[in-house]
Design a protein around this ligand. Structure first.
Ligand code: CP
Length: 326
């Protein structure tokens, strides 16, 4: 079976005379079918229940983290995941620390890194860079965030968090609030959750930060229930999951627009009073101002738990892409 690949991210690999296998990459969350995604989540649950069982699964394997853009959670959780599996890590944490600063292309870099590691996670400010890497790679490439486009491993983290805490991924009303234009985590999450039955989206953003047209059109085309609103207060009572996001300063063309829009939403204790008792608040983090610190002590604030799930799902992802059994 050739799992986890779309045609455009697939590379045919010769594996001995007459044999061919497909290299597995994760570039877009929809590279995974719903069944595959569910199987990743099941494995992550098993790892979380019994981490010791998986502690040497990647012995002798290396993960390269190629981060051309800053990260705390994604890079360190990938590194933690590989170390937890008994493997090793190498890599760089900014473009300026690598030969990209001398003009090396992503295609050349991945050809080189393919000699040093068994799998790689790449974050890049340019949309599509991890896809380019996958097309030239000898090892599985994981998109760890490309510009304002996609962030599939944050989505796996979000799905694991929602499934663990709400016990389902369908039949939910999910509010996404903030910068829905540039926030790649929201794009990936909407695309993935839209495949589950009974999902209803409430998209809360200023007009200038609405979801991109291609996502809007896809929701319409698939007849997914959604509405767009500007005021968070108005919709709080109907939400079962609230996914807050930061206004993405690094994607704005001018600072004035960022300053005008950055505090469009601030979730505080007063707004939380309007929410259901078992609503959960998620955030991919980092947080700036959009969730007041006073909310952290509310039992419905689950964004730090979310980070913990991210390590287990990345362990599962590494195992699946390397075709390793527990
Ligand atoms: N959620 C997320 O991608 O965080 P980092 O930018 O710190 O990796």
């Amino acid at each position: 079976m050739n799992l986890y690949v779309k045609n455009d991210t697939t590379i045919e690999k010769h594996a001995g005379i007459g044999g061919k296998r497909k290299m597995k990459h994760l570039i877009d969350p929809l590279d995974l079918s719903v069944e595959e995604m569910d199987s990743f989540l099941d494995l992550a649950d098993q790892i979380m229940e019994n981490p010791q069982k998986y502690s040497q699964v990647c012995a002798g394997k290396k993960l390269a983290t190629l981060f051309y853009e800053p990260s705390t959670r994604t890079r360190l959780s990938f590194e933690s995941a590989m170390l937890n599996l008994g493997g090793s890590v190498l890599g760089f944490s900014s473009g300026t620390d690598s030969s990209a600063s001398k003009g090396e292309s992503v295609a050349d870099t991945i050809r080189v890194v393919s000699n040093f590691a068994d799998i790689c996670a790449m974050r890049h400010p340019k949309e599509g860079a991890p896809l380019v890497a996958a097309l030239h790679s000898e090892i599985p490439v994981i998109n760890a965030g490309d510009g304002g486009h996609q962030h599939p491993t944050q989505t796996l983290t979000d799905l694991m968090t929602i499934r663990s805490l709400k016990k389902r991924l369908g039949n939910l009303t999910v509010g996404l609030c903030g910068d829905l234009k540039f926030g790649r985590t929201t794009h990936s999450l909407i695309k993935s959750l839209a495949r589950y039955q009974g999902i209803r989206f409430v998209l809360i953003s200023p007009a200038e930060l609405r979801i991109p047209d291609y996502i809007f059109d896809s929701l319409k085309e698939k007849n997914i229930a959604f509405k767009e609103v500007e005021r968070l207060e108005d919709v709080m009572p109907e939400l079962e999951v609230l996914y807050m996001t930061r206004v993405q300063r690094e994607r704005f063309f001018n600072e004035e627009d960022y300053i005008r829009l950055k505090d469009s939403y601030i979730l505080d204790a007063k707004k939380m009073e309007l929410a259901q008792n078992d609503m959960i608040v998620l955030h991919p983090l980092p947080r700036v101002n959009e969730i007041a610190v006073e909310v952290d002590s509310d039992p419905r604030a689950c964004y730090f738990k979310q980070v913990k799930y991210g390590v287990y799902i990345r362990m599962a992802l590494i195992m699946k892409l390397l075709e390793l059994e527990g």
